[in-house]
Ligand binder design. Structure first.
Ligand code: C2E
Ligand code: CA
Ligand code: CA
Ligand code: CA
Length: 278
């Protein structure tokens, strides 16, 4: 090899080959996992802290890997997005969660909405709305009981095509929530023009809401802003009673977090719903 600058060596670095190899391996494993149905939807309750009522369930994907065990989404969603495998995966989560939550509704165990995370890749693809309509038709799930969670990073992206997508989803009755709010750099002017219904304040602010004056202040401001804009403020990552009490005092009604329940498998959430009902 000739010595023509750093770039040459950078391009052919051995661990980069390893990176590519690992990626191919993951791609092969994930495609196989979809076919073999190794993915599973977990559910985490969303509650009204004033009434303790379970108002929603968020669908969160898990990978039951045959040798590595249960893998959390942060370890495979980014790769799935890059490989566009998030499209079949996202469709699986949507369809399966509608089917499963419908049975909870039929059995009178639950009467709230179903929150589903949607990746920017799914929205950009073009036929997302068609897929949603088709899936809702097949599962007989009520569109007004669907809430789609889209991260702030996607919403604040320059491409505006997703605004039409969100408007179409809203026209069939679905709700839209902006997820991980405050993490990125949302423009407030922009926020007021978006077709959204709810703001989920990022967990990072709730994490130190009891210790840091700033986090509490930011939460308070977002809460105020949301209410003024006719959006529902929501806090995620509530782990303690102290955090819950602060949120209550700030007038935040709707929360989610380990303090109430961790995400659970379908069978476990079913039993949990039975236990809170009784
Ligand atoms: P997210 O949408 O912000 O989901 C909330 C995450 O915080 C979940 O992690 C949940 O288990 C966790 N969490 C909830 N309450 C608490 C708490 O009190 N303490 C702590 N420490 N954590 C809490 P999870 O399930 O590992 O999901 C991570 C991320 O993966 C999600 O963040 C979401 O961005 C993504 N994700 C999960 N399922 C899907 C999916 O079906 N599609 C897409 N596109 N993304 C998904
Ligand atoms: Ca979410
Ligand atoms: Ca979030
Ligand atoms: Ca997140």
């Amino acid at each position: 090899a000739k010595r023509n600058g750093k770039n040459f060596y950078k391009t052919y670095e051995p661990n980069m080959t390893l990176e590519i190899f690992k990626r191919l391996e993951t791609e092969r494993e994930m495609m196989n996992a979809i076919n073999e149905e190794q993915f599973e939807v977990y559910y985490q309750p969303q509650v009204n802290i004033n009434t303790n009522e379970v108002v929603g369930l968020e669908a969160l994907i898990r990978w039951n890997h045959p040798t590595k065990g249960l893998i959390n989404p942060d370890d495979f969603i980014p790769i799935a997005e890059e490989l566009r495998l998030i499209i079949p995966l996202g469709e699986f989560v949507f369809h399966r969660s509608c089917q499963q939550v419908q049975t909870l509704i039929d059995e009178n165990l639950f009467n709230g909405y179903l929150s589903i995370n949607v990746s920017g890749v799914q929205i950009e693809r073009g036929n997302f709305v068609e897929f949603v309509k088709d899936s809702l038709g097949k599962t007989l799930f009520e569109p007004t009981k669907i809430e789609l969670e889209i991260t702030e990073s996607v919403i604040m992206n320059d491409t505006k095509s997703w605004i039409d997508v969100l408007n179409n989803l809203k026209s069939i009755g679905c709700k839209v929530a902006i997820d991980d709010f405050g993490k990125g750099y949302s423009s407030l002017t922009h926020l007021s023009n978006l077709p959204i219904d709810k703001i989920k304040i990022d967990k990072a602010f709730i994490d130190d809401i009891s210790e840091t004056q700033n986090s509490r202040l930011i939460t308070e401001i977002v809460m105020f802003l949301a209410k003024k804009m006719d959006l529902t403020p929501f806090a995620e990552g509530v782990e303690s009673e102290v955090q819950r009490d602060i949120l209550m005092s700030l007038g935040c009604e709707f929360v989610q977090g380990y303090f109430f329940s961790k995400p659970k498998s379908f069978n476990d959430i079913k039993n949990w719903l039975k236990s809170v009902r009784d």
